[in-house]
Design a protein around this ligand. Structure first.
Ligand code: SF4
Ligand code: MG
Length: 308
């Protein structure tokens, strides 16, 4: 706990766009502000400054009827499916709930739609009467995803959706999510500390460090040729079969406390390339090549903010 200190800026100066049918991966260590960013995109948290837009319109205030109406079109899937589900409801009741609340499907057709949704996430219709505690972790997350899809969302924010699952089923759930996202043309924000998973999912990747985006580019480009020293360290920490650990950049130490943000470039205490300017001057996110931005003094133009 930080006591009565000034509020911590969990995310700062973020400018992000996600298009229909696109998956934006958001990566960074824990405490980098990834989850706060996801919640802001859904209007659950609001930015201290600036605005969030959905479908070209400013996001309505949390809890207003306008927000509730929009909320059906923006869904969140997070790490712990058991916390997201109601223990007293069966699978069919959980998935049918948004159909009833948002009056999406007439009562007489609901069972069919629920069965369709169950099949689309790889559940069997005969599992409809089970309760959450009678399911495996992977099956529970499939129920959460089916319920999220019930309202035909335009935006799906997945915050570490498979990190609590058995490694053996993570790939299955990730591949299913990717297929559903593609098939339904959903804009997806996929938040994860696991770069292997993000690489498999994302069209574009934003790398966060202590509440700011330090690099953004297409997934292929980020993984093939990372520019920012932090991205380089993250990417080189992903094991590649047959490639020795020697020669890789190893990330030293833990991320600093966001309440005690280092001066200048927040990454400087851990950056092997830091120089004097890094300790005093904040590098701004700049366009460094076509469709790619980064915030580092080593990259040209980082002393000027990128034009909005
Ligand atoms: Fe490292 Fe300096 Fe670049 Fe920050 S601005 S990432 S400290 S080289
Ligand atoms: Mg998080």
């Amino acid at each position: 706990m930080f006591g009565k200190a000034t509020p911590v800026r969990a995310v700062d100066g973020i400018n992000l766009t996600v298009m229909p049918g696109e998956t934006l991966g958001v990566v960074g260590e824990s405490g980098s502000g990834k989850s706060t960013l996801g919640r802001m995109l859904l209007g659950i948290d609001s930015p201290q400054e600036g605005e969030t837009f959905f479908d070209g319109k400013p996001m309505p205030k949390l809890g207003t009827p306008e927000w509730r109406a929009l909320r059906a079109r923006m869904q969140l899937v997070y790490q712990d499916p058991l916390a997201a589900l109601d223990r007293r409801l069966t699978v069919a009741e959980q998935i049918g709930e948004p159909l009833a609340i948002h009056k999406l499907v007439p009562k007489e057709h609901r069972a069919i739609r629920v069965a369709e949704l169950m099949v689309s996430v790889g559940l069997r219709p005969d599992q409809a009467d089970r309760y959450p505690h009678e399911l495996s972790g992977g099956q529970r997350q499939r129920v959460v995803i089916a319920r999220a899809l019930a309202s035909r969302p335009k935006l799906l924010v997945c915050d570490e959706p498979v990190s609590a699952l058995d490694v053996s089923i993570q790939a299955q759930v990730v591949n299913m999510l990717r297929d559903l996202q593609e098939k339904n043309g959903i804009a997806m924000v996929f938040i994860s500390h696991d770069l292997k998973v993000v690489r498999n999912m994302a069209d574009r990747v934003a790398v966060m460090y202590l509440g700011r985006i330090v690099e953004e580019a297409s997934s292929d480009v980020i993984f093939a040729a990372p520019l920012h020293p932090y991205t380089k360290a993250l990417v080189s920490s992903v094991p590649v079969p047959g490639k020795p650990l020697k020669g890789r950049t190893i990330l030293q130490g833990e991320p600093p406390n966001p309440a005690n943000r280092p001066s200048g470039c927040a990454f400087h205490p851990r950056c092997p390339l830091a120089t004097d300017i890094c300790r005093t001057s904040v590098p701004h996110l700049r366009q460094v090549a076509d469709g790619r931005t980064a915030a580092c003094h080593l990259l040209a133009g980082a002393d000027q903010p990128v034009a909005a």
